[in-house]
Design a protein around this ligand. Structure first.
Ligand code: FAD
Length: 404
Protein backbone atom coordinates (compact mmCIF):
# COMPACT_ATOMS: atom_id res chain seq x y z
CA UNK A 1 0.00 0.00 0.00
CA UNK A 2 1.47 3.41 -0.92
CA UNK A 3 1.79 5.73 2.04
CA UNK A 4 1.59 8.83 -0.14
CA UNK A 5 -0.24 9.27 -3.43
CA UNK A 6 0.03 12.37 -5.61
CA UNK A 7 -2.62 12.79 -8.29
CA UNK A 8 -1.60 14.82 -11.37
CA UNK A 9 1.27 14.95 -13.83
CA UNK A 10 2.10 18.63 -13.70
CA UNK A 11 4.32 21.07 -11.82
CA UNK A 12 2.50 20.70 -8.51
CA UNK A 13 2.63 16.90 -8.16
CA UNK A 14 6.19 16.72 -9.44
CA UNK A 15 7.40 19.41 -7.02
CA UNK A 16 5.58 17.70 -4.15
CA UNK A 17 7.14 14.24 -4.66
CA UNK A 18 10.54 15.70 -5.53
CA UNK A 19 10.58 17.79 -2.36
CA UNK A 20 9.53 14.84 -0.20
CA UNK A 21 12.44 12.75 -1.45
CA UNK A 22 14.91 15.62 -1.16
CA UNK A 23 13.85 16.09 2.47
CA UNK A 24 14.70 12.43 3.07
CA UNK A 25 11.15 11.07 3.24
CA UNK A 26 11.41 7.29 2.93
CA UNK A 27 7.72 6.44 2.72
CA UNK A 28 6.38 4.76 -0.39
CA UNK A 29 5.23 7.32 -2.96
CA UNK A 30 3.05 6.93 -6.06
CA UNK A 31 2.30 9.59 -8.66
CA UNK A 32 -0.69 9.16 -10.99
CA UNK A 33 -1.03 11.07 -14.27
CA UNK A 34 -4.01 10.90 -16.59
CA UNK A 35 -1.91 11.94 -19.58
CA UNK A 36 0.31 9.44 -21.38
CA UNK A 37 3.49 11.19 -20.30
CA UNK A 38 5.69 11.37 -17.26
CA UNK A 39 5.13 14.68 -15.42
CA UNK A 40 6.01 17.62 -17.64
CA UNK A 41 6.14 21.42 -17.70
CA UNK A 42 3.53 23.41 -19.63
CA UNK A 43 5.06 26.90 -20.24
CA UNK A 44 7.04 25.88 -23.37
CA UNK A 45 3.83 24.56 -24.94
CA UNK A 46 2.82 28.02 -26.15
CA UNK A 47 6.41 29.11 -26.77
CA UNK A 48 9.38 27.03 -27.96
CA UNK A 49 7.53 23.71 -28.22
CA UNK A 50 4.86 25.25 -30.46
CA UNK A 51 7.61 26.89 -32.52
CA UNK A 52 9.26 23.49 -33.01
CA UNK A 53 12.38 24.61 -31.13
CA UNK A 54 11.95 22.29 -28.16
CA UNK A 55 11.87 18.46 -28.27
CA UNK A 56 9.03 16.66 -26.48
CA UNK A 57 11.45 14.90 -24.14
CA UNK A 58 12.76 18.25 -22.94
CA UNK A 59 9.32 19.03 -21.53
CA UNK A 60 9.63 16.23 -18.97
CA UNK A 61 10.80 17.33 -15.52
CA UNK A 62 12.80 14.10 -15.21
CA UNK A 63 13.26 10.89 -17.16
CA UNK A 64 12.06 7.49 -15.94
CA UNK A 65 15.48 6.90 -14.30
CA UNK A 66 14.81 9.60 -11.74
CA UNK A 67 11.57 7.95 -10.61
CA UNK A 68 13.24 4.51 -10.49
CA UNK A 69 16.26 5.77 -8.55
CA UNK A 70 14.03 7.64 -6.09
CA UNK A 71 11.60 4.75 -5.75
CA UNK A 72 8.66 6.81 -6.93
CA UNK A 73 6.07 4.57 -8.47
CA UNK A 74 4.48 6.13 -11.59
CA UNK A 75 1.04 5.27 -12.96
CA UNK A 76 0.73 6.94 -16.34
CA UNK A 77 -2.30 7.29 -18.63
CA UNK A 78 -4.83 6.55 -15.91
CA UNK A 79 -7.32 8.95 -14.39
CA UNK A 80 -8.47 8.99 -10.79
CA UNK A 81 -12.26 9.01 -10.90
CA UNK A 82 -13.17 8.85 -7.24
CA UNK A 83 -11.79 9.54 -3.78
CA UNK A 84 -13.34 7.52 -0.96
CA UNK A 85 -12.36 9.41 2.20
CA UNK A 86 -14.00 6.95 4.58
CA UNK A 87 -11.90 4.06 3.34
CA UNK A 88 -8.85 6.16 2.31
CA UNK A 89 -9.07 4.79 -1.23
CA UNK A 90 -8.83 6.24 -4.69
CA UNK A 91 -10.33 4.60 -7.76
CA UNK A 92 -8.81 4.71 -11.25
CA UNK A 93 -10.69 4.66 -14.55
CA UNK A 94 -9.19 1.21 -15.17
CA UNK A 95 -11.29 -0.09 -12.27
CA UNK A 96 -8.25 -0.50 -10.02
CA UNK A 97 -8.13 1.08 -6.56
CA UNK A 98 -5.29 2.12 -4.24
CA UNK A 99 -5.22 2.93 -0.53
CA UNK A 100 -3.49 6.04 0.80
CA UNK A 101 -2.39 7.48 4.10
CA UNK A 102 -1.71 10.92 2.63
CA UNK A 103 -3.23 12.15 -0.62
CA UNK A 104 -1.97 15.11 -2.65
CA UNK A 105 -4.12 16.78 -5.33
CA UNK A 106 -2.21 18.50 -8.14
CA UNK A 107 -5.12 18.36 -10.57
CA UNK A 108 -4.37 21.54 -12.51
CA UNK A 109 -6.91 23.37 -14.63
CA UNK A 110 -8.63 22.96 -17.98
CA UNK A 111 -9.36 25.47 -20.73
CA UNK A 112 -12.69 27.24 -20.59
CA UNK A 113 -14.58 25.88 -23.59
CA UNK A 114 -16.41 27.68 -26.34
CA UNK A 115 -20.03 26.64 -26.65
CA UNK A 116 -20.50 25.21 -30.14
CA UNK A 117 -23.72 23.25 -29.61
CA UNK A 118 -21.63 20.16 -28.81
CA UNK A 119 -20.52 19.96 -32.44
CA UNK A 120 -16.93 18.82 -32.96
CA UNK A 121 -15.28 21.43 -35.12
CA UNK A 122 -12.02 20.15 -36.55
CA UNK A 123 -10.23 23.50 -36.88
CA UNK A 124 -10.93 24.95 -33.43
CA UNK A 125 -8.07 24.45 -30.98
CA UNK A 126 -7.18 24.80 -27.30
CA UNK A 127 -3.74 24.69 -25.70
CA UNK A 128 -3.31 22.88 -22.43
CA UNK A 129 -1.35 19.72 -23.09
CA UNK A 130 1.14 18.12 -25.46
CA UNK A 131 -1.55 16.50 -27.59
CA UNK A 132 -3.44 19.79 -28.09
CA UNK A 133 -0.27 21.55 -29.19
CA UNK A 134 0.86 18.81 -31.55
CA UNK A 135 -2.49 18.95 -33.35
CA UNK A 136 -2.48 22.73 -33.46
CA UNK A 137 1.18 23.05 -34.57
CA UNK A 138 0.52 20.64 -37.41
CA UNK A 139 -1.95 23.14 -38.89
CA UNK A 140 0.77 25.76 -39.20
CA UNK A 141 2.02 23.97 -42.32
CA UNK A 142 -1.28 24.35 -44.19
CA UNK A 143 -3.15 27.30 -42.74
CA UNK A 144 -2.47 30.96 -43.34
CA UNK A 145 -4.97 32.93 -41.27
CA UNK A 146 -5.31 32.36 -37.54
CA UNK A 147 -7.97 33.93 -35.35
CA UNK A 148 -7.27 33.93 -31.63
CA UNK A 149 -10.16 34.44 -29.27
CA UNK A 150 -8.81 35.90 -26.03
CA UNK A 151 -5.95 38.31 -25.47
CA UNK A 152 -4.52 36.61 -22.38
CA UNK A 153 -0.95 35.37 -22.02
CA UNK A 154 -1.52 32.14 -23.95
CA UNK A 155 -3.22 33.92 -26.85
CA UNK A 156 -0.45 36.52 -27.03
CA UNK A 157 2.37 33.95 -26.86
CA UNK A 158 0.75 31.90 -29.61
CA UNK A 159 0.31 35.06 -31.71
CA UNK A 160 4.04 35.76 -31.40
CA UNK A 161 5.01 32.24 -32.51
CA UNK A 162 2.49 32.27 -35.38
CA UNK A 163 3.74 35.63 -36.69
CA UNK A 164 7.31 34.35 -36.69
CA UNK A 165 6.04 31.54 -38.92
CA UNK A 166 4.44 33.95 -41.34
CA UNK A 167 0.83 33.31 -40.32
CA UNK A 168 -1.70 36.17 -40.45
CA UNK A 169 -2.98 36.70 -36.91
CA UNK A 170 -6.04 38.47 -35.53
CA UNK A 171 -6.76 38.62 -31.81
CA UNK A 172 -10.25 39.36 -30.54
CA UNK A 173 -10.53 40.40 -26.91
CA UNK A 174 -13.97 40.96 -25.35
CA UNK A 175 -12.67 43.08 -22.48
CA UNK A 176 -11.63 46.68 -22.96
CA UNK A 177 -7.98 45.71 -23.30
CA UNK A 178 -5.80 42.64 -23.71
CA UNK A 179 -4.54 41.17 -20.40
CA UNK A 180 -7.25 43.10 -18.58
CA UNK A 181 -7.60 40.45 -15.89
CA UNK A 182 -3.90 39.79 -15.41
CA UNK A 183 -2.03 43.07 -15.50
CA UNK A 184 -2.16 46.87 -15.61
CA UNK A 185 -2.98 48.97 -18.66
CA UNK A 186 0.69 49.96 -18.85
CA UNK A 187 1.86 46.44 -19.60
CA UNK A 188 -1.19 45.74 -21.79
CA UNK A 189 -0.47 48.80 -23.92
CA UNK A 190 3.24 48.03 -24.09
CA UNK A 191 2.62 44.50 -25.33
CA UNK A 192 -0.19 45.56 -27.66
CA UNK A 193 2.20 47.97 -29.37
CA UNK A 194 4.73 45.18 -29.87
CA UNK A 195 2.10 42.88 -31.36
CA UNK A 196 0.89 45.59 -33.70
CA UNK A 197 4.45 46.33 -34.80
CA UNK A 198 4.74 42.64 -35.62
CA UNK A 199 1.65 42.76 -37.79
CA UNK A 200 -1.00 41.33 -35.45
CA UNK A 201 -4.49 42.79 -35.88
CA UNK A 202 -5.67 43.36 -32.28
CA UNK A 203 -9.37 44.05 -31.71
CA UNK A 204 -10.27 44.88 -28.12
CA UNK A 205 -13.65 45.52 -26.54
CA UNK A 206 -15.28 43.38 -29.21
CA UNK A 207 -17.60 40.43 -28.86
CA UNK A 208 -18.30 37.73 -31.39
CA UNK A 209 -21.90 37.77 -32.56
CA UNK A 210 -21.64 34.69 -34.71
CA UNK A 211 -19.17 31.90 -35.37
CA UNK A 212 -19.31 31.00 -39.04
CA UNK A 213 -19.28 27.25 -39.37
CA UNK A 214 -19.95 25.04 -42.37
CA UNK A 215 -20.24 21.32 -41.72
CA UNK A 216 -17.54 20.64 -39.18
CA UNK A 217 -15.32 23.55 -40.26
CA UNK A 218 -14.99 26.98 -38.76
CA UNK A 219 -14.26 29.71 -41.32
CA UNK A 220 -14.71 33.04 -39.55
CA UNK A 221 -16.63 35.22 -37.15
CA UNK A 222 -19.00 38.12 -37.29
CA UNK A 223 -18.27 40.67 -34.59
CA UNK A 224 -20.85 42.78 -32.79
CA UNK A 225 -19.88 45.69 -35.04
CA UNK A 226 -20.76 43.46 -38.01
CA UNK A 227 -17.16 43.07 -39.05
CA UNK A 228 -16.53 39.75 -40.76
CA UNK A 229 -13.18 38.20 -39.93
CA UNK A 230 -12.36 35.23 -42.10
CA UNK A 231 -9.82 32.71 -40.80
CA UNK A 232 -8.54 29.22 -41.56
CA UNK A 233 -8.37 28.15 -37.94
CA UNK A 234 -9.33 29.34 -34.49
CA UNK A 235 -7.50 29.19 -31.17
CA UNK A 236 -9.57 29.65 -28.04
CA UNK A 237 -7.69 31.22 -25.14
CA UNK A 238 -10.47 32.49 -22.89
CA UNK A 239 -9.14 31.33 -19.56
CA UNK A 240 -9.02 28.17 -17.51
CA UNK A 241 -11.10 26.50 -14.83
CA UNK A 242 -9.76 24.44 -11.95
CA UNK A 243 -10.16 20.65 -12.04
CA UNK A 244 -12.15 20.08 -8.88
CA UNK A 245 -14.69 17.36 -9.68
CA UNK A 246 -13.16 14.46 -7.75
CA UNK A 247 -12.52 16.76 -4.80
CA UNK A 248 -16.04 18.16 -4.73
CA UNK A 249 -17.54 14.68 -5.15
CA UNK A 250 -15.50 13.71 -2.11
CA UNK A 251 -17.09 16.55 -0.14
CA UNK A 252 -14.07 18.87 0.09
CA UNK A 253 -14.78 22.61 0.14
CA UNK A 254 -14.59 24.19 -3.30
CA UNK A 255 -14.71 27.88 -4.06
CA UNK A 256 -13.13 28.74 -7.40
CA UNK A 257 -10.70 25.91 -6.64
CA UNK A 258 -10.14 23.41 -3.85
CA UNK A 259 -9.96 25.46 -0.66
CA UNK A 260 -6.64 25.05 1.19
CA UNK A 261 -5.26 26.58 4.37
CA UNK A 262 -1.80 28.12 4.86
CA UNK A 263 -0.30 24.63 5.27
CA UNK A 264 -1.77 23.67 1.85
CA UNK A 265 -4.15 21.29 3.55
CA UNK A 266 -7.77 20.83 2.43
CA UNK A 267 -10.47 20.47 5.06
CA UNK A 268 -9.43 16.81 5.35
CA UNK A 269 -6.03 16.79 7.12
CA UNK A 270 -4.96 13.69 5.14
CA UNK A 271 -5.52 15.48 1.83
CA UNK A 272 -3.27 18.31 0.65
CA UNK A 273 -3.52 20.23 -2.61
CA UNK A 274 -1.60 22.82 -4.61
CA UNK A 275 -1.20 24.60 -7.94
CA UNK A 276 -3.82 25.66 -10.46
CA UNK A 277 -6.60 23.61 -8.82
CA UNK A 278 -6.61 25.40 -5.44
CA UNK A 279 -7.80 28.66 -3.94
CA UNK A 280 -6.03 30.14 -0.94
CA UNK A 281 -6.04 33.21 1.26
CA UNK A 282 -3.91 36.12 0.05
CA UNK A 283 -4.25 39.56 1.66
CA UNK A 284 -7.60 38.62 3.24
CA UNK A 285 -9.10 37.37 -0.04
CA UNK A 286 -9.32 33.88 -1.49
CA UNK A 287 -7.60 33.74 -4.85
CA UNK A 288 -6.45 31.17 -7.40
CA UNK A 289 -3.24 31.55 -9.36
CA UNK A 290 -2.12 29.81 -12.54
CA UNK A 291 1.63 30.02 -12.44
CA UNK A 292 4.63 27.78 -12.11
CA UNK A 293 5.94 29.71 -9.12
CA UNK A 294 2.72 29.25 -7.20
CA UNK A 295 2.56 25.51 -8.02
CA UNK A 296 6.18 24.93 -6.89
CA UNK A 297 5.99 26.91 -3.68
CA UNK A 298 2.64 25.56 -2.49
CA UNK A 299 3.67 21.97 -3.26
CA UNK A 300 6.91 22.35 -1.37
CA UNK A 301 5.07 23.73 1.65
CA UNK A 302 2.67 20.76 1.40
CA UNK A 303 5.62 18.33 1.27
CA UNK A 304 7.31 19.95 4.27
CA UNK A 305 4.12 19.70 6.28
CA UNK A 306 3.74 16.03 5.38
CA UNK A 307 7.36 15.53 6.48
CA UNK A 308 6.59 17.20 9.82
CA UNK A 309 7.99 20.68 9.19
CA UNK A 310 5.11 23.02 10.01
CA UNK A 311 5.72 25.76 7.45
CA UNK A 312 3.12 28.27 6.32
CA UNK A 313 2.74 29.34 2.71
CA UNK A 314 3.72 33.03 2.46
CA UNK A 315 3.39 33.75 -1.23
CA UNK A 316 5.24 36.31 -3.29
CA UNK A 317 3.67 35.31 -6.62
CA UNK A 318 5.95 35.34 -9.66
CA UNK A 319 5.29 34.79 -13.33
CA UNK A 320 6.86 35.24 -16.75
CA UNK A 321 5.77 35.36 -20.37
CA UNK A 322 7.85 35.29 -23.57
CA UNK A 323 6.62 37.10 -26.67
CA UNK A 324 8.90 37.75 -29.67
CA UNK A 325 12.19 38.94 -28.16
CA UNK A 326 10.52 40.27 -25.04
CA UNK A 327 10.45 38.63 -21.64
CA UNK A 328 7.93 39.94 -19.14
CA UNK A 329 8.64 39.01 -15.51
CA UNK A 330 6.26 39.80 -12.69
CA UNK A 331 6.65 39.58 -8.93
CA UNK A 332 3.80 40.18 -6.49
CA UNK A 333 0.21 41.00 -7.45
CA UNK A 334 -0.76 44.52 -8.44
CA UNK A 335 -4.48 44.16 -7.59
CA UNK A 336 -5.87 47.44 -6.28
CA UNK A 337 -2.69 49.48 -6.87
CA UNK A 338 -3.05 53.22 -6.31
CA UNK A 339 0.21 54.42 -7.92
CA UNK A 340 2.59 53.15 -10.53
CA UNK A 341 6.15 54.30 -11.29
CA UNK A 342 7.87 53.65 -14.60
CA UNK A 343 11.59 52.99 -14.73
CA UNK A 344 13.17 53.00 -18.16
CA UNK A 345 16.72 52.33 -19.18
CA UNK A 346 17.25 52.04 -22.95
CA UNK A 347 15.10 49.04 -23.92
CA UNK A 348 14.60 47.89 -20.32
CA UNK A 349 11.27 48.85 -18.78
CA UNK A 350 9.76 48.18 -15.41
CA UNK A 351 6.53 49.23 -13.71
CA UNK A 352 6.54 49.46 -9.90
CA UNK A 353 3.12 49.29 -8.24
CA UNK A 354 2.21 50.79 -4.88
CA UNK A 355 -0.98 50.49 -2.87
CA UNK A 356 -1.45 53.29 -0.34
CA UNK A 357 2.31 53.94 -0.34
CA UNK A 358 3.22 50.27 0.09
CA UNK A 359 5.14 48.53 -2.67
CA UNK A 360 3.11 45.50 -3.90
CA UNK A 361 4.35 44.37 -7.30
CA UNK A 362 6.75 44.87 -10.20
CA UNK A 363 6.40 44.11 -13.91
CA UNK A 364 9.73 44.06 -15.72
CA UNK A 365 10.15 43.82 -19.48
CA UNK A 366 13.59 42.70 -20.68
CA UNK A 367 14.81 43.88 -17.30
CA UNK A 368 15.76 40.91 -15.09
CA UNK A 369 17.53 43.11 -12.53
CA UNK A 370 14.37 45.11 -11.76
CA UNK A 371 12.45 41.86 -11.46
CA UNK A 372 14.99 40.23 -9.14
CA UNK A 373 15.45 43.25 -6.90
CA UNK A 374 11.69 43.99 -6.79
CA UNK A 375 10.99 40.37 -5.85
CA UNK A 376 13.61 40.48 -3.11
CA UNK A 377 12.08 43.67 -1.68
CA UNK A 378 8.63 42.05 -1.67
CA UNK A 379 10.03 39.00 0.11
CA UNK A 380 11.59 41.32 2.69
CA UNK A 381 8.30 43.26 2.91
CA UNK A 382 10.16 46.52 2.16
CA UNK A 383 8.93 49.54 0.24
CA UNK A 384 11.50 51.46 -1.81
CA UNK A 385 11.24 55.21 -2.31
CA UNK A 386 9.39 55.53 -5.64
CA UNK A 387 11.40 58.60 -6.65
CA UNK A 388 14.61 56.66 -6.32
CA UNK A 389 13.23 53.68 -8.21
CA UNK A 390 11.91 55.75 -11.13
CA UNK A 391 15.30 57.12 -12.16
CA UNK A 392 17.51 54.69 -14.04
CA UNK A 393 20.53 56.65 -12.71
CA UNK A 394 19.92 55.05 -9.33
CA UNK A 395 21.48 51.64 -8.87
CA UNK A 396 18.81 49.16 -7.73
CA UNK A 397 21.36 46.91 -6.03
CA UNK A 398 22.49 49.81 -3.90
CA UNK A 399 18.90 50.71 -2.99
CA UNK A 400 18.31 47.10 -1.93
CA UNK A 401 21.56 46.99 0.08
CA UNK A 402 20.59 50.11 1.98
CA UNK A 403 17.25 48.57 2.92
CA UNK A 404 18.67 45.49 4.62
C1 FAD B 1 0.33 26.83 -22.64
C2 FAD B 1 0.65 27.27 -21.25
C3 FAD B 1 1.67 28.20 -21.03
C4 FAD B 1 1.98 28.61 -19.75
N1 FAD B 1 2.99 29.51 -19.56
C5 FAD B 1 3.32 29.88 -18.31
C6 FAD B 1 4.41 30.78 -18.08
O1 FAD B 1 5.04 31.27 -19.01
N2 FAD B 1 4.73 31.08 -16.79
C7 FAD B 1 4.05 30.56 -15.73
O2 FAD B 1 4.39 30.86 -14.57
N3 FAD B 1 3.01 29.72 -15.92
C8 FAD B 1 2.63 29.37 -17.18
N4 FAD B 1 1.59 28.51 -17.38
C9 FAD B 1 0.84 28.03 -16.21
C10 FAD B 1 1.54 26.83 -15.58
O3 FAD B 1 1.92 25.91 -16.55
C11 FAD B 1 0.59 26.19 -14.58
O4 FAD B 1 0.31 27.15 -13.58
C12 FAD B 1 1.21 24.94 -13.96
O5 FAD B 1 1.37 23.97 -14.95
C13 FAD B 1 0.32 24.43 -12.84
O6 FAD B 1 0.75 23.17 -12.43
P1 FAD B 1 -0.29 22.12 -11.84
O7 FAD B 1 0.51 20.91 -11.51
O8 FAD B 1 -1.12 22.77 -10.83
O9 FAD B 1 -1.28 21.78 -13.05
P2 FAD B 1 -1.01 21.10 -14.45
O10 FAD B 1 0.34 21.43 -14.97
O11 FAD B 1 -2.20 21.42 -15.29
O12 FAD B 1 -1.03 19.54 -14.13
C14 FAD B 1 -2.18 18.85 -13.74
C15 FAD B 1 -2.08 17.43 -14.20
O13 FAD B 1 -3.03 16.62 -13.49
C16 FAD B 1 -3.65 15.74 -14.39
N5 FAD B 1 -4.94 15.34 -13.82
C17 FAD B 1 -6.01 16.13 -13.61
N6 FAD B 1 -7.01 15.41 -13.05
C18 FAD B 1 -6.53 14.16 -12.90
C19 FAD B 1 -7.10 12.95 -12.39
N7 FAD B 1 -8.36 12.90 -11.94
N8 FAD B 1 -6.34 11.82 -12.39
C20 FAD B 1 -5.06 11.85 -12.83
N9 FAD B 1 -4.48 12.97 -13.34
C21 FAD B 1 -5.21 14.10 -13.37
C22 FAD B 1 -3.75 16.58 -15.66
O14 FAD B 1 -3.96 15.79 -16.80
C23 FAD B 1 -2.37 17.23 -15.67
O15 FAD B 1 -1.41 16.38 -16.23
C24 FAD B 1 1.25 28.08 -18.66
C25 FAD B 1 0.21 27.16 -18.87
C26 FAD B 1 -0.08 26.74 -20.16
C27 FAD B 1 -1.19 25.75 -20.39
Amino acid sequence: MPDIIAIGGGQASFSFVNKLRSLGCNKSITIICSENFLPYQRPPLSKKFLAGEFEKNRLLFRTKNFYNENKINTIIGQRVVKIDRKQNKIFLDSGRFLKYKILFLGLGSKPRLLKTDNKIISNIFYIRNIENVELFANEFQYKKKLLILGGGYIGLEVAAVARKMGIDVTIIETQKRILNRSTSKFVSNYLKKIHKQNGVYVKEDTSVKKFMIKGNKFFGVLTEENEEIIADFLLIGIGAEPNTKIASDAGLTINNGIRINEHCMTDDPRILAAGDCVSFKYNEEFIRLESVGNAIEQSEVAAENVFGIKRKYRPVPWFWSDQYDYKLQTAGLNTGFTNVFHRMDKNKNSFWYYKDNKFISVDAINDPISYMIGKKMLEMNKTPDPNEISSSNNDLKRILREMR
